[in-house]
Design a protein around this ligand. Structure first.
Ligand SMILES: Nc1ncnc2c1ncn2[C@@H]1O[C@H](COP(=O)(O)OP(=O)(O)OP(=O)(O)O)[C@@H](O)[C@H]1O
Ligand SMILES: O=P(O)(O)OC[C@H]1O[C@H](OP(=O)(O)OP(=O)(O)O)[C@H](O)[C@@H]1O
Ligand SMILES: O=C(O)c1cccnc1
Length: 481
C-alpha cells in the first residue's frame, strides 16, 4: 500500500496558531502536550490502547511538499511567504513518549506525551487524536468481544460497513491486536500480516440452478477451505442437508469440509439443530460459523443459550463501533517553556472533570507483589521517584481524597515508553503477534471485577500528592486572578 503523506491531515486552526507563533517569534518555544481520554467507552472497565504504529509512520513522514505549500498560500493570503519557507523546513525534531499498543489504559492518565517546539507539537494534535481515538475504540470493542467469546474463533468481517477504507484497514488491525483471529480484508492482511479468512456469499448460491450444485462447485474449486453458507433458502431443510451431501462427497475424495455458516434466523436453535444433524451424519469435525449483526451482547446471549457455534463473524457492530461512535481523547497543553524552563499550565473548566492536571507526568501501574495484580495506576510528576524506590505509597482518589490506602510491597511499572528522541525514532515497533501477546498478558494483571463487561468496578487512577498540590495551587492562583 503506498503510504500517503498526511502532513495536511490537520485542522486549519493548527496552521493558524503556527502562523501566529511564527509571526511573534515564539515558534521555537518548547511545549508539552499530553493525550488522554476522560471516559471509558461502552461502560467498559478498561480501554485497549492502539494507534501508535500509525502515529509513528505519520510523524516520520511529516513534511510539507510543494503542492501543499502552494495550496496553503492560496488558502490564506495572510500566510507570509517566509512562514511557508519555515514550513518547508519543518520535520519532527521533538520527543514523544507513548503507552505501548495492546496496553490496558484508563481515564485521565497520559497515554502520549509530546515535548517539542510548539510549532511541531501543535501541528500533530489532529492526526494523533484521529488515529488514537479510532483505533483505541475499535481495539476496546474487540477486546470486549474476545472476553465473551472465550477461545472461539473470531473473524472480522466489517469492511463493507466501515466508515471508508482507512477505517476498515486500521480497524481490522486494531481488532486483531485485541484478540480477533483473522480478517476478511486482504489489504489489511497484506499490509500487516494479519491472517485472512473467507467463506462465500448468498450470490454464489443464487447464481446456480440449485444450492447443491453451488456447494459442489465451490467445494471442487477450493477443497481446502470450504465453509458453506447454508441459509439462502431454508437452513435446516435444504442448506444443512445439501452441505452434508457435499461433505460426504468430499470425504470420498479424501477431503474434509471445514464448516457451514449461519447468517440469519434464530442462531441458537439453528446451530444446535445443525450440530445434531452434522454429528448424526458423522461430520462432527465440520465447524459452525455464525454471522448477522453480532456484537458482544448477542454473542454472550447466544452462548448462554447454549448455541453450538464455534466461530463468529463480526462486522458492522465492531468496525463502526455502533453503540459508541467515538472515544473522546483530547490533547492538552500541560507545560510551556519560559526563560528556558517548563512552566506548568492548567485549563480551568466549570466542569471539574475537564480541569486539566498540569505539569509533565508519568503513569505507573502499581502491581502488588504478593497477588501479582494491579492495585491502581499512579500519576506522578516526571521528576518524582519515590515509587521507583519502593517506598510505602499512599494512594488516594483525586476526586474523593478521603478514599485512600497505603501499599508497601509493590512494583511501579512506568507505562510511557520513549518513542522519539530529538526527532529520531528510538523505539522498535513490536510485531502484531507480540502486541497480541502483550495485550493478553496485561489482561492477566487485573482482578476480574475490573474486567467484566457489565457494570465493572472502577479501577483506581490516583494522583501523587505533588501532582495534586500543583493542580490545587494553580486552581487557587487562577481563582485569585
Ligand atoms: N437466539 C438468539 N438470541 C438473541 N439474538 C439472536 C438470536 N438469534 C439471532 N439473533 C440476533 O438477532 C438479530 C436478528 O436480526 P434480523 O431479524 O434482522 O435477522 P434475520 O431476519 O434473522 O436475518 P436477515 O434479516 O439478515 O435475513 C441479529 O442481530 C442476530 O444476530
Ligand atoms: O452482519 P455483520 O456483522 O456486518 O457481518 C457481515 C455481514 O456481511 C455479509 O452480509 P451482508 O450484510 O452484506 O448482507 P445481508 O445483510 O443480506 O446478510 C455477511 O453475510 C454478514 O451478515
Ligand atoms: O467471508 C465471509 O463469510 C464474509 C466476509 C465479509 C462479510 N461477510 C462475510
Amino acid at each position: 500500500m503506498a503510504y500517503d503523506n498526511l502532513t495536511l491531515h490537520t485542522d486549519k486552526y493548527q496552521i493558524n496558531m503556527m502562523y501566529a507563533h511564527w509571526f511573534h517569534g515564539t515558534l521555537n518555544d518548547k511545549a508539552v502536550f499530553e493525550a488522554y481520554f476522560r471516559k471509558l467507552p461502552f461502560g467498559n472497565g478498561y480501554a485497549v490502547f492502539a494507534g501508535l504504529q500509525r502515529i509513528v509512520e505519520y510523524i516520520k513522514e511529516l513534511r510539507f511538499d510543494e503542492p501543499m505549500l502552494a495550496y496553503l498560500a492560496e488558502q490564506e493570503e495572510n500566510y507570509d511567504p517566509a512562514f511557508l519557507e519555515e514550513l518547508r523546513k519543518l520535520r519532527f525534531t521533538g520527543h514523544l513518549w507513548s503507552v505501548p499498543e495492546g496496553e490496558l489504559v484508563f481515564p485521565n492518565e497520559p497515554l502520549i506525551r509530546v515535548e517539542a517546539r510548539v510549532f511541531e507539537a501543535q501541528l500533530i494534535e489532529t492526526a494523533l487524536l484521529n488515529f488514537l481515538n479510532y483505533q483505541t475504540l475499535i481495539a476496546t470493542k474487540a477486546s470486549r468481544i474476545r472476553q465473551v467469546a472465550g477461545d472461539d474463533i473470531l473473524l472480522e468481517f466489517g469492511t463493507r460497513r466501515a466508515q471508508e477504507a482507512d477505517a476498515a484497514v486500521w480497524g481490522a488491525r486494531a481488532a486483531y491486536l485485541a484478540g480477533f483471529d483473522a480478517t476478511s480484508n486482504l489489504r489489511a492482511g497484506m499490509r500487516f500480516g494479519i491472517p485472512t479468512k473467507g467463506t462465500h456469499a448468498h450470490a454464489w448460491v443464487q447464481g446456480h440452478e440449485s444450492e447443491e450444485t453451488a456447494f459442489e462447485r465451490f467445494a471442487a474449486a477450493l477443497p481446502d477451505q470450504v465453509t458453506l453458507l447454508v441459509d439462502t433458502y431454508d437452513t435446516l431443510r435444504s442448506g444443512i442437508p445439501n452441505a452434508i451431501r457435499t461433505a460426504k462427497k468430499m470425504e470420498s475424495q479424501g477431503k474434509r469440509m471445514q464448516g457451514v455458516r449461519l447468517d440469519s434466523g434464530d442462531l441458537t436453535y439453528l446451530s444446535k439443530t445443525a450440530r445434531q444433524m452434522l454429528d448424526e451424519a458423522g461430520l462432527s469435525y465440520v465447524k459452525i460459523t455464525a454471522s448477522n449483526d453480532l456484537d458482544e451482547n448477542i454473542i454472550f446471549n447466544l452462548k448462554a443459550q447454549g448455541a453450538a457455534i464455534d466461530s463468529w463473524g463480526v462486522g458492522t457492530q465492531l468496525i463502526t463501533s455502533a453503540d459508541q461512535p467515538s472515544l473522546g481523547g483530547v490533547y492538552k497543553l500541560v507545560a510551556r517553556e519560559s526563560g528556558g524552563e517548563y512552566v506548568p499550565v492548567i485549563k480551568i473548566s466549570g466542569n471539574p472533570e475537564k480541569v486539566t492536571t498540569p505539569g509533565l507526568k508519568e503513569t505507573y501501574r502499581i502491581v502488588n507483589r504478593k497477588s501479582g495484580k494491579a492495585e491502581a495506576d499512579y500519576i506522578a510528576l516526571k521528576h518524582e521517584d519515590d515509587m521507583l524506590k519502593g517506598e510505602p505509597l499512599n494512594l488516594f482518589d483525586p476526586v474523593h481524597p478521603y478514599l485512600s490506602k497505603t501499599v508497601e510491597d509493590y512494583e511501579a511499572q512506568p507505562l510511557l515508553k520513549e518513542i522519539f528522541r530529538n526527532g529520531e525514532q528510538v523505539y522498535t515497533l513490536p510485531g502484531h503477534e507480540e502486541i497480541r501477546e502483550y495485550h493478553r498478558s496485561r489482561l492477566g494483571l487485573f482482578w476480574p471485577e475490573y474486567m467484566r463487561k457489565l457494570n465493572p468496578e472502577r479501577y483506581p487512577i490516583d494522583l501523587s500528592p505533588a501532582a495534586w498540590e500543583l493542580k490545587m495551587n494553580l486552581i487557587k492562583q487562577h481563582q485569585k486572578q
